[in-house]
Design a binder for this molecule. Structure first.
Ligand SMILES: Nc1ncnc2c1ncn2[C@@H]1O[C@H](COP(=O)(O)OP(=O)(O)O)[C@@H](O)[C@H]1O
Ligand SMILES: [Mg+2]
Length: 254
């Protein structure tokens, strides 16, 4: 079943055309990897899907139904969740309070006092189920590593019943071990099959490792779409090298 589809999405910022008729398709339970050079339009596409940017033209279909995403909170209400490690978490709060941010459990109704023990035990249950290892649920988020923070941001999105997760370079600036925490989590989510994921990354090996399908964005256009098992790092490298050569020729000819 189809989770999300875009048809001919275009977006320009002034004279810069960031996205040209981008059509992508995400199946239920699938992990789609979005590759592309800096400035290719990856974040623009992701931000349209989160409701942050309005496309100039084109359509978005959620489970076959066209949707007009008015805002990030509207998209979120429809189950589309961007995962931002740094925007989504509050450094001064501990792990379980972050897991329940904006959905705090209170005793005696909505104005009652926070039920810390219940939030703590539910957060623990959920993180254990997702095998996210955190030294303690009581530590401030700021004390954790980048990988751990990102893992909590992902876990929280799933916990909040998101159906589609959008991860824009979740392992950027992370070391190998840190990245492995996130990639592991994505793989586990895929195995459960309840969420569908689009992940933007630079690292081909990581994309090949976790994605079912790969799309390449070049100068705002989806230039390549393949199941991961039907392509190779060599093939993708060749496409990008060709793009680089063409760009270099354009530069030397002007
Ligand atoms: N808010 C914006 N205002 C103006 N130009 C933008 C804006 N966002 C992105 N762009 C431009 O659109 C193009 C695509 O950017 P982006 O989607 O961020 O690429 P990527 O994420 O693939 O690196 C780039 O040329 C970028 O400079
Ligand atoms: Mg980007």
């Amino acid at each position: 079943m189809e989770a999300l589809r875009t048809e001919n999405l275009s977006k320009a910022f002034g004279r810069v055309v960031a996205l040209k008729k981008a059509s992508v398709r995400l199946e239920q339970g699938e992990v789609l990897g979005l590759l592309g050079d800096n400035g290719a339009g990856k974040s623009t596409l992701m931000k349209i899907l989160t409701g942050f940017h309005r496309p100039d033209s084109g359509r978005i279909l959620l489970r076959g139904q066209e949707v007009h995403l008015r805002s990030v909170s509207h998209a979120r209400a429809l189950g589309i969740e961007p995962v931002y490690q740094d925007l989504a978490l509050i450094n001064e709060l501990n792990v379980y309070r972050n897991m329940f941010l904006q959905r705090e459990i209170r005793s005696w109704g909505p104005l009652g006092i926070l039920n810390d023990s219940l939030m703590r035990s539910k957060a623990k249950e959920h993180l254990t189920a997702m095998r996210v290892n955190i030294p303690s649920l009581d530590v401030q988020i700021s004390k954790l590593s980048g990988g751990q923070r990102q893992a909590i941001a992902v876990a929280r999105s799933v916990f909040s019943d998101a159906k589609i997760l959008l991860l824009d370079e979740p392992t950027a600036a992370m070391g190998v071990k840190e990245s492995a925490i996130i990639l592991d989590l994505i793989r586990r989510l895929k195995d459960k099959g309840e969420v569908s994921i689009i992940v933007v990354a630079h690292n081909y090996a990581q994309i090949f490792d976790v994605c079912d399908r790969i799309n390449l964005l070049q100068n705002g256009e989806i230039s390549f779409n393949s199941r991961t098992s039907d392509t190779s790092i060599e093939e993708l490298t060749r496409l990008v090298v060709d793009e680089y050569r063409a760009a270099r020729e354009r530069v030397t000819n002007t």
